[in-house]
Structures are given as C-alpha cells and as structure tokens.
Design a protein around this ligand. Structure first.
Ligand SMILES: Cc1ncc(COP(=O)(O)O)c(C=O)c1O
Length: 413
C-alpha cells in the first residue's frame, strides 16, 4: 500500500517519545534530529505505521530481516503457537526438539543442496556472534590465528567480528584492543595470490557487500579465494547474514559464482523477526570442536531459543517455495531497471544501491517525510540502499522511484 500523504514528520508522539528516550538511553544509540526518527508502532507486509498513525513504505525490510514482509501470517502463527507451549529452553543443556529440526534444516539448505553432504551448526542470537563462531572454528580447525578480511567489509561490532569489519569509525576507540591478526585486502581484487598463507586460518568475506555499498565482486573473485584457501590450508568463511535467503535472487549469494564455503554465517532474514543466527560448517570442519564433556566451549543463554527456532523453521519453509524466488526475480528486475534510469545503480535480486555524489543523510529525512523508510550505505554514506520486502508491488516501486528522482533533482527540501 502506498504511504498516505504525510504532513508532520516526526509527529508529536514521536517527538515526545524521543525526548523521553534521550533521558534514559545511551546517547550513542539512537540518532535524533529535527527530522528523525519516527517511532514504529505496527507493521504489515511492506508498510509500517508510526506512533502518530503515519503509514510508511519500508524500503529497508528493517535491516534486511523482513524479506517475506512484516508479520507474515504463517510466521506470526508459528510464533503464537510456540509461545503457548514453551517460551525458553536450556539451549546447550536440555534443548528442544525444534533446535534439532532447525540444525537439520540449515544443513539441508546449505551443504545438502550444494553437494549432498551434511553441515553442522552452532546457533546464536545476533549476526556478529555467528561470525565470531566461524572465526573460532577456523582457529580450532587450522591451528592458525591470522585472518584475511576485505576493504569496506561489514561483519558486526563485537570485539571478534571487528577484526573483520572495515569501517574505521567502528574500530575507532577500540582499535588498540584488537589483536593485530587481520590482513586487509581490496574487495574484489587478486592481491591474495601474493599472500603468504603460513599463519592465515580464515578468509572472511561477504560474497556481495551489503553495508559496504552493495558491491558485486568480479566473477573470478570468490573462485580465487576458494582456490587460495585450499592451497594454503585456510577456511573460507562466507558472511551471508545480509545476502542470505534470497535477498540477491539466489538462496545464497555464493550460488551466483557456484563457490562452496567451509563455513557460512547466517542471521537477519533467517527467522523474519526474532534475534537468531547460525554458523553452518562442513561437518569435517565443525568436528574440530571437541566433544562436549559437560560444558560447551562456546554457547549462550538463549542459544536455540524455541520461539526463534519455530519462526526460523517456518521462514525456511516459505523461503523455499518457488514463488519466493519468482517474486525476487520479477520485482528485482523491475526495480533494477528503474534504478538504472536514475543513475549509477548496482545490485542483484532485491538488494540494490544507487550511488550519489555525496552523503545521502540529508536525503533520508526528506524521503521519510514522503513516507519512505530508507537507509544509506557505503564507506562515505553515499549509496542509497533499496532492500524492500519481496512482496513490494510495481506501484510501490514506481512511487519510490518517482519520489527519489524528485529529491535528486531538487535535493534537501
Ligand atoms: C554482512 C553482515 N554481517 C554481519 C552483520 C552483523 O549482524 P548483527 O547486527 O545482527 O550482529 C551484518 C549486519 O548488518 C551484516 O550486514
């Protein structure tokens, strides 16, 4: 549904809530200015309503989580039915049947589909935790401590995942607390061919960069990394937290180049709205973890949360229906075509970026006033990001393009 014509954004209730939040939340967390933020109250499909009753069109899928649309009825039903029986389990001690079902489903959708083998899983809560699980696995499996990561990569903000992330503002004050074990190479390049791999245990990469600006590497990039890892005894880790589950038009972005990783990190759209993530690895690699003798070496209180597992299982089922892939292909082609008519656009499936001459920040407030929830990416914040729910209509795409185009012609309204 198209946004209703907005008049005052943020409205009085959002302003009141912002004033209250400012008193009680760390000032670093929520950005606030005269045009930002609005407070979300409810959502359905491609629409979000704020606390003042304004209706918006969500071009972000809420950080890429709601690919199937906000509050998909089958996923809401799975959540309700699980909440009626068990709200929390004991993940690594007395688990639920759902945890086993989800691990099996994740094995089948990755290594099962790729090469008929079995993958093994460590579940976690946020995306960055699955990256840290993968880095620990590489250390155990190879005995080597070094990692290779790439320019403009984003892997999350925990101390471990910051070893991979390359947006210097995030390392900032914490840089001198991070072990100097990262070799940073240009994303998409062939520099790895010259690298001595004797102390490199992991190569961590997004098959298509998300927050780095929707950057697709040359077709020989991932195969080169695969070949280098095989030659040097390092593990290839694909971070598909953003790109996974059809976002780029394939179940996983690595399928565009038909390269199979040793470990894959998943999160965001996995459950369509519950904080759950997973590191899935080749079983031979994952068996580098020792057998538990009573206490897991790596776990957390909410690991394998039953509500998250129930929602993830339902999401995986819906994601694998042929109509999901069809929707992404169809809408993605339509959106891509329109974006290219606006300027320098790049992307795949329903993950697109439009490169602007300058930081897109000012534009985001104006777009919000038009009813468009949007974000900017790229190291300079100059890539306008388009990652809508797969259910977006052509009419909604047309509206978005028309509004973006108007602002590009007369910016900073
Ligand atoms: C590719 C990638 N990896 C890791 C993360 C971190 O995930 P989370 O914010 O859930 O920790 C993100 C989040 O945007 C991401 O895009």
């Amino acid at each position: 549904m198209l946004p209703a014509l907005q008049t005052v954004i943020p409205g009085p209730e959002s302003l009141r809530l912002a004033a209250d939040l400012r008193v009680h939340e760390s000032r670093n967390v929520t950005y606030m200015d005269e045009s930002w933020p609005v407070f979300w109250e409810r959502a359905e499909g491609t629409n979000v309503w704020d606390a003042d009753g304004n209706r918006f069109l969500d071009l972000t899928s809420a950080f890429g989580v709601a690919g199937l649309g906000h509050r998909h009825p089958e996923i809401v039903a799975a959540l309700h039915s699980q909440a009626d029986t068990l709200l929390h389990g004991m993940g690594d001690v007395h688990p639920t049947a759902l945890k086993g079902q989800l691990c099996r489903a994740l094995s089948e959708i990755t290594y099962g589909r790729w090469n008929g083998t079995t993958g093994k899983v460590v579940l976690s809560n946020s995306g960055f935790e699955s990256v840290e699980t993968a880095l620990k696995t590489a250390r155990l499996a190879t005995g080597k401590k070094g990692i290779v990561a790439f320019t403009a990569g984003y892997h999350g903000l925990g101390y471990g995942s910051l070893l991979g992330t390359d947006l210097p503002k995030f390392q900032g004050p914490f840089g001198d607390q991070l072990a100097p074990i990262t070799t940073r190479l240009p994303f998409g390049g062939s520099e790895i061919d010259q690298l001595d791999g004797s102390d490199i245990g992991a190569v961590l990469v997004e098959p298509i960069q998300g927050r780095g600006g929707k950057v697709i590497p040359p077709a020989d990039f991932l195969p080169r990394l695969r070949e280098w890892c095989d030659r040097n005894g390092a593990l290839l880790i694909f971070d598909e937290i953003y790109t996974g589950f059809h976002r780029t038009g394939k179940t996983f972005a690595c399928e565009w180049d038909q390269v199979v990783p040793d470990l894959i990190c998943l999160g965001k759209a996995l459950s369509s709205g519950f904080p759950i993530s997973a590191c899935v690895g080749k079983s031979t690699v994952m068996d580098a973890w020792p057998q538990s003798t009573g206490e897991a070496l790596h776990t957390s209180t909410f690991l394998g949360h039953p509500v998250g597992c129930a929602m993830a299982l339902k999401s995986l089922e819906i994601l694998q229906r042929p109509e999901t892939a069809e929707m992404v292909a169809e809408k993605g082609a339509y959106l891509g075509e329109k974006l290219k008519s606006l300027g320098k656009a790049r992307g795949r499936g329903l993950m697109w970026g439009l490169e602007l001459p300058e930081n897109a920040g000012a534009l985001l407030g104006s777009l919000l006033k038009d009813g468009l929830l949007m974000l900017a990416d790229g190291p300079e914040g100059n890539v306008l990001s388009f990652t809508p729910p797969f259910t977006i209509s052509e009419e909604e795409i047309d509206f978005t393009i028309e509004r973006v185009s108007a602002h590009l012609k007369s910016p900073r309204v």
